[in-house]
Structure formats: structure tokens, C-alpha cells
Design a protein around this ligand. Sequence first.
Ligand SMILES: [Zn+2]
Length: 270
Amino acid sequence: MPRTAVFFHAHPDDEALLTAGTMAMLAAEGHRVVLVVATAGERGLAEMEKGEALGEARMRELYKSAAALGCARVVCLDYGDSGLSPSGGVAEERPDNAFIDADSEEAAKALAAVLDEERADLLTIYDPAGGYGHPDHVQVHRVGRRAAQIAGTPIVLEATVNRDPLIRALRIAGRFYRFPPEFDLRTFESAYTAGDQITHRVNVRKYAWQKRASMSAHVSQASGGEGDRTLAVLLKIPGPLYRLVFGTEWYVRRDLPPGTRLRHPFDEAP
Ligand SMILES: [Zn+2]
């Protein structure tokens, strides 16, 4: 029976890196896939100046990515992109409606309204650390968890990365590709989630080209800024290694006992 999955992300392009394969897989299986972003990403690093026009460009890229993945609907909650300080923390200068300054109860209600409307069976959020720690990503965890409570969404999955193979793959990639100086492998050592906490390992190798198409849709994030952006670095990983690294997507479902190993988002027991 077709079900509905809502994927909640902070900015356009986050879906490409974390959940694109799972989204393409569920859509191909006939489920309804809905993509919700908290912000338009108008303060991301890009060749274009930060601001409204960048937000519009990034939303266009998001629609392109969503089309490649087979999404039925895209929603933006219209919070302001909180941006990042040069050191990677909370930016001092932020828009008035910055997502991190939002009342999390109010934001949760806005997301819960979408979950209600969609009668969502599943919601994806982020791990409590917000992956690599962007403040908007931490807020996605908080707001998403609360929204699922309000709407009574039965399955909540924290989209994350198994940091063990990621670090291994980046070390291998570093042998034949020179990473830009600001790309620091060490930041990955405490980011995301260790393998033993992960409950879902979803094989998305069949959907690797769609995941790549989703990444390529976010042109502004792959070409802008000084030096290469993370997305540009990842797109340089050659095909076979790419399928190996991005052939799996990882989730943590907190209401299952640790050590549970499932293969599909809707699986309840091994
Ligand atoms: Zn983001």
C-alpha cells in the first residue's frame, strides 16, 4: 500500500547529500514523497550575492532536484537562512526571521500542519548534532521531533551519515584529488553518527544517477565561493567509488533498540 514520507531539510541541497537516494527509491516504489525545506538557503556560499535573488535561484534548483527524485510536492516554510559565521558557528548578522531564532513550537506547528495535511507515515529529520553542526540543522532536529509529536507521525528517522566509511572514502579520494585548503577532514571525525548507532542502512545504489542528478541541480552551491564547495568536491569522486560511498543512506530511529539493523525506511523489525 502506498504511504507518504515527508523529508524535512534545512536548505536546498541538503536533500541531495543526505536522503536523495531514499527519496528516489520510495517514489519508484509508488509512495508519495514530499520535500520540505525550512529556508530558501539565501545566505549560502555562492558566486551570487547573498539575498533574495540567491534564495529564488536555490528554490529553482530545489524544484529541479525534486523533479529528478520523483517528489510529489515541495514546501518551503519560509524562515530566513541563519547563515554561518566564518568560523562555522552562529552568524552574528542574521535576518529577522532567521530559522534559529524562530520559536521552535511555532515552527513545529507549521511543519505539523504539513504532516497532518499529508497524513504522513514517516518524517525524516537530522541527528541531534545537526550532522556537521550548522545551527539551522540542529534546529531541524528540534523542530522536526516536536512536529512529529504534534501530528502523531508514527515513524521518525534521523538522516545521518555513517562517519566510519565516509572518513575512509575521503582519505582515498584525497590520494588522487587535492582538496581545497578549507576542506578539513578532521571536522568529519566528530560529525554525524558512528556506525554502531545507526538502525537503517538503505541500499540506494540503483538510484545513484538520480542522486547525482539531484546534486548537479544545485549549481549555485557547486560553483560558488572561493575555492571548491563541498558539493563540487563530492561530484569529482569518480563513478565506481561514488556508488560505493553514496550507495547507502543511513538513518537512526530512536524508538528502536540500539543494534537494530534494518534495510528499508518503513521496516519495523528485521
Ligand atoms: Zn544545510
